[in-house]
Design a protein around this ligand. Structure first.
Ligand code: C5P
Length: 223
C-alpha cells in the first residue's frame, strides 16, 4: 500500500534527449534513455498525480496510460521542448529530467548535405534555451509556496556534489538531484544525491523506479 501523497497535484516532467537536426538525415543528440524521467512519471501517477510528460526522441512506452492520468507530448528539438514546457507551467511540480542539448544548429540544411571530397563542412552552433531556468523565472507563489516547485537534475562526471549545489543556486531552484555516475545513461539502476537548501541526502543504488518513488515522497513533503 502506498500513500497517495500527490492526490490532486499536477506534475510536469521533461525526459529523454533532444535531437538537433543538421539536415534531414543527420543531427546531434546524446545518450539519455529517458528511463529516469519516465520512472518519475510512473511514480507520480502511482502517488495520485496528473502527469504531463514531455519526451524527447526515446523508445519508451508511456507509463500507466490506462489510468488516463498521463498526457504525453513528443518533441524533437530543445526549442520544441522549451515551447511545450512553457505552455504547461501551470502545475504543482516541475521535474526537469531531460538531457537537453546545450547547442542547436544555427542554420539546418533543408536538403541532405552532400559530401564534397575530403572537405568537411563547418557547422555553426547556437545556444539552446535553458528550459529549467525559464520555468524557474516564471515561478509564482501559491499559499506562500513556490508554484511550480522545480526539481532539476545534474549529471556531472566529476565533483558532483559541488557542481550540483552550485547549479541549484545558479538556476534559482529549491531542489536538484545529482545522478551519481558513472553509468546512469541507459541503465535501469541509478544512485541519487538529493540537494535542497537544508543539505543533501543520498539515495542508495536501486532501480530507477524505486528511486523515483523515494524522490516523489521527498518532494511531496515540500508542497
Ligand atoms: O547546468 P545544466 O544545464 O546541465 O543543468 C541540468 C538541468 O537543467 C537538468 O534538470 C536539465 O533538464 C535542465 N536543462 C534544461 N534546459 C536546458 C539545459 C538543461 O531544462 N537547455
Amino acid at each position: 500500500f502506498q500513500k497517495k501523497v500527490l492526490s490532486g497535484k499536477r506534475v510536469l516532467i521533461t525526459a529523454g534527449p533532444t535531437f538537433e537536426a543538421i539536415d534531414p538525415v543527420r543531427g546531434i543528440t546524446n545518450h539519455s534513455s529517458g528511463k529516469m524521467g519516465f520512472a518519475i512519471a510512473r511514480a507520480a501517477i502511482e502517488a495520485g498525480a496528473q502527469v504531463h510528460l514531455i519526451a524527447g526522441p526515446c523508445d519508451l512506452n508511456t507509463p500507466l496510460q490506462a489510468t488516463g492520468r498521463i498526457t504525453r507530448t513528443n518533441v524533437i528539438s530543445a526549442k520544441e521542448m522549451h515551447a511545450a514546457t512553457m505552455a504547461s507551467t501551470d502545475c504543482d511540480i516541475f521535474f526537469a529530467v531531460a538531457a537537453v542539448a546545450d547547442w542547436g544548429i544555427a542554420k539546418p540544411s533543408k536538403e541532405k548535405m552532400k559530401r564534397q571530397g575530403t572537405k568537411a563542412p563547418a557547422i555553426e552552433l547556437i545556444a539552446n534555451p535553458d528550459i529549467l531556468l525559464d520555468v524557474a523565472k516564471a515561478v509564482k507563489k501559491k499559499a506562500g509556496k513556490p508554484y511550480p516547485y522545480c526539481v532539476g537534475f545534474a549529471a556531472e562526471s566529476t565533483t558532483l556534489a559541488e557542481h550540483a549545489k552550485a547549479k541549484r543556486i545558479r538556476k534559482g531552484i529549491p531542489m536538484i538531484v545529482g545522478n551519481i555516475g558513472p553509468d546512469t545513461f541507459g541503465s535501469n539502476l541509478n544512485q541519487l544525491l538529493v540537494i535542497d537548501d537544508r543539505g543533501s541526502k543520498k539515495l542508495a543504488q536501486a532501480e530507477k523506479l524505486v528511486l523515483a518513488r523515494q524522490l516523489i515522497q521527498l518532494v511531496a513533503k515540500k508542497l
